[in-house]
Design a protein around this ligand. Structure first.
Ligand SMILES: C[S@@+](CC[C@H](N)C(=O)[O-])C[C@H]1O[C@@H](n2cnc3c(N)ncnc32)[C@H](O)[C@@H]1O
Length: 260
């Protein structure tokens, strides 16, 4: 199974809980739309929309929003949750829209998981009207809780992009945009953090919000489960004693336009 197929399966299996698992998604989707600052009635396309973090924020601003995602379960949920959005199942590298259909295209936390991000950027450019805006968010490293990502990767080597395990290497979005002919590139850094009061609260959070990724006793042998718990508690206690348990997320937002 290719890495892309593993991603696909993970998104299909976790669509119902996606924004609980990706705790930063709604906030960063909102901030991506704030960065674009679209006027009401803007024809906006959200690609790889997932549960619609960016699409919902655009609807709230009065945009006319279309969302596409390749994962059927995401498409079903978004269509049911937000009837104002036109939702279609589609691959961002093969968009079924005519040239110049949209004023703005956004992609939140998508580029870094694509096998061919350059093809996606080319398609985005094609469906944008002259002078149209593209905005991408690309998640960065988790400085303070990287240990937990690494620990999860060690115990679950191939679970796909579970939120504690998404250490994908992002493509260089600014270079991709420039190569595709976009101009006036600008960037903004954003960060969000969840403070967790204690190691036991962190365990409870992971059990409740990331239960599928952290099903320790179900997916590991008794010996491995005990080892995971020991290492988890050691890491959490260390974090707690050194500045507190802060689950930090950061992302770079990229914005550019097509020549008029
Ligand atoms: C990390 S999630 C981000 C979801 C949403 N944009 C957000 O910020 O919450 C990535 C999304 O991209 C979708 N996706 C992955 N590959 C895709 C492709 N080739 N075309 C369209 N969507 C894709 C996945 O199904 C998933 O919903």
């Amino acid at each position: 199974m290719t890495e892309a197929n593993t991603h696909m399966r993970w998104f299909e299996d976790h669509a119902d809980h996606y924004e609980e698992l990706a705790m930063y998604a709604a906030d960063f989707g909102q901030r991506l739309i704030d960065f674009v600052d679209p006027a009401p009635a803007t024809r906006l396309l959200d690609v790889g929309a997932g549960r619609g973090a960016a699409a919902r924020a655009a609807v709230a601003r009065g945009c006319v929003v279309t969302a596409i995602d390749v994962t059927p379960a995401m498409v079903r949920r978004l269509a049911a949750d937000v009837p104002e959005i036109i939702v279609r199942q589609m691959d961002v590298t093969r968009l079924d829209f005519s040239r110049g259909t949209f004023d703005t295209v956004v992609a939140a936390d998508v580029l870094e998981i694509l096998e061919d991000p350059a093809a996606a950027v080319a398609e985005i450019r094609r469906v944008l009207a002259p002078g149209g805006t593209v905005a991408l968010s690309v998640n960065g490293a988790r400085a303070r809780w990287e240990w937990l990502t690494l620990l999860a990767q060690e115990f679950w080597p191939a679970p796909g992009p579970a939120p504690v395990v998404d250490a994908a290497t992002p493509a260089d979005p600014a270079a991709l945009l420039a190569e595709a002919g976009f101009i006036e590139l600008t960037q903004r850094q954003v960060a969000a953090a969840v403070q967790v009061p204690s190691p036991s609260a962190l365990w409870e959070l992971l059990e409740s919000q990331m239960s599928m990724a952290m099903a320790v006793d179900e997916s590991l042998s008794a010996r491995r489960a005990a080892e995971f718990r020991r290492r988890f508690w050691a890491g959490a206690e260390h974090m707690h004693a050194h500045g507190g348990i802060i689950l930090d997320h950061n992302a770079t937002l990229h914005r550019a336009i097509t020549p008029a």
